[in-house]
Design a binder for this molecule. Structure first.
Ligand code: AMP
Length: 440
């Protein structure tokens, strides 16, 4: 074997790439919880799962996410594949969903088509807390419908996910209008920004040339006061956009969901039209990179990639950031509490326990074992560490008598039951335990 060594003669170990993150088992319980809650709520709202490739043609992102966006300008993992095609790792979900929608003729299905996905995304950003080069999103899109109720329902759905996860949020919304409104608004904005040329940061000055709307997104301290005073697109919406946004707000007002209008919320991508929204932790818990979710409407994107127009809207939740919040709230989260630990004593009992274990899984129990361990003490210790409610113990004697011991891990009380009835006996005890814990 040809092992790479450093100057001291030691083997050069392999390391995680900068900006990438391993989600270790103790963190994966938070990941699973978010995905489980998110997928369940998405399905309740009629969303169906779609899995699009992680690698797509680079031009898909150039035509959608847009040449004016930071993502396309400087953050894509792009390369030429072995066949000479220009390809990129997915930096966001929406373009892939839109491509699949048009490529598979979903426009001919009853509209809207509601799709969701969970998966990793790649952006070559400057790594910092809550900002990675690979991160995961739960992404939902409603394609083929322009009605404002879709926008409101997406916000309601997002709110429901955070409510169920017990994470306090603030929702910000805005409308950035359509091409008609922008034709009128952008010269007014540009004029204002140029008049502040001496004050604005370098990034803003660059953005005035490429995409003046994005200047409003600047986070630099020195620009804030002037950007807050900039002319607002909300005052320049065409009649249709004005009406659309009023309806979104009216729909939200029929719910108890609190939201705030933020006239500077333009989002970082080129394709947004009309509604934009972003979700943050509550103000007192907000850090620098703290947006938990963001989305909006994109009525022109589909036409740009397929030539056939279809309005659409969607949003994405950043899973790592929500994981961090969930961890703060529930440091001891254990999904899938272990109900039954299977312990064995002796070769024959161990063989039999393999089958018992399999049967218990089929009967729907959350089970655990440490079959490679010898001795009851070691196994009970493992059962305790796993947080099991009950341990069942099979030894030589029980095997001969066709019985098994059930040990209540909290009280230590042990009872001998008929081996054939083990599932029934465990169900009875777990049920009783549940009732007691609900009463206390
Ligand atoms: P976007 O796709 O940019 O609209 O982002 C939607 C959500 O994804 C954000 O609100 C964040 O929660 C999350 N997110 C975006 N970029 C990153 C990143 N580089 N690292 C971690 N999370 C991210």
């Amino acid at each position: 074997m040809n092992l790479e060594k450093n100057i001291k003669g030691k083997i050069n170990a392999c390391h995680l790439l900068k900006g990438f993150k391993d989600i270790l088992p103790e963190e994966a319980v938070y990941f699973d919880k978010i995905v489980t809650v998110g997928e369940r709520i998405a399905k309740h709202y009629g969303f169906k799962k779609i899995l699009t490739p992680v690698l797509e043609e680079t031009r898909l992102y150039r035509r959608t996410t847009g040449d004016g966006s930071d993502i396309v300008q400087k953050e894509m993992f792009s390369f030429t594949d072995l066949g000479g095609d220009q390809v990129s790792l997915r930096p966001e979900f929406t373009p892939g969903f839109a491509r699949a929608y048009s490529e598979h003729g979903m426009i001919n299905l009853p509209q809207p088509v509601k799709l969701y996905s969970v998966g990793p995304l790649f952006r070559y950003e400057k790594p910092q807390t809550g900002r990675f080069r690979q991160f995961w999103q739960l992404n939902l899109e409603t394609l083929g419908e322009k009605n404002s109720i879709v926008d409101a329902q997406l916000i309601i759905l997002a709110n429901q996910i955070f409510k169920e996860l017990d994470i306090g949020i603030d929702i910000f919304i805005n409308s950035i209008g359509c091409h008609t409104c922008r034709k009128q608004y952008l010269p007014i904005l540009t004029r204002y920004l140029r008049s502040k040329k001496n004050i604005l940061c370098e990034n803003c000055l660059e953005r005035i040339k490429v995409n003046p709307l994005r200047v409003l997104d600047c986070k630099e301290e020195q620009c804030q006061e002037f950007l807050d005073q900039a002319p607002q697109i909300i005052d320049h919406l065409c009649e249709e956009c004005q009406q659309h946004f009023t309806q979104v707000v009216e729909y939200l007002d029929t719910t108890e969901i609190a939201y705030e209008l933020n006239p500077r919320l333009v989002r970082g991508l080129d394709y947004y039209t009309r509604t934009t929204f972003e979700i943050f932790p509550k103000a007192e818990e907000r850090g620098r990179q703290s947006a938990l979710a963001g989305g909006g409407r994109y009525d022109d994107l589909l036409e740009n990639i397929s030539g056939r127009a279809a309005p659409a809207a969607g949003f994405a939740i950043g899973i790592e950031r929500v994981m961090a919040k969930l961890k703060e709230k529930q440091p001891d989260l254990k999904t899938n509490k272990i109900e039954v630990f299977v312990a064995q004593l002796g070769v024959e009992a161990r063989k039999r326990c393999l089958k018992i274990y399999e049967n218990l899984i089929q009967d729907g129990f959350n089970v655990a074992e440490s079959f490679s361990k010898e001795g009851l003490g070691n196994q009970l210790e493992a059962a305790n560490k796993a947080g099991a409610s009950f341990t069942i113990i099979l030894g030589q004697k029980e095997l001969l008598e066709k019985t098994i011991i059930i040990r209540d891990m909290e009280s230590g009380v042990q009872e001998i039951v008929d081996l054939e009835k083990i599932s029934l006996e465990l169900k009875k005890r777990l049920e009783k335990q549940k009732i007691i814990s609900q009463q206390s």
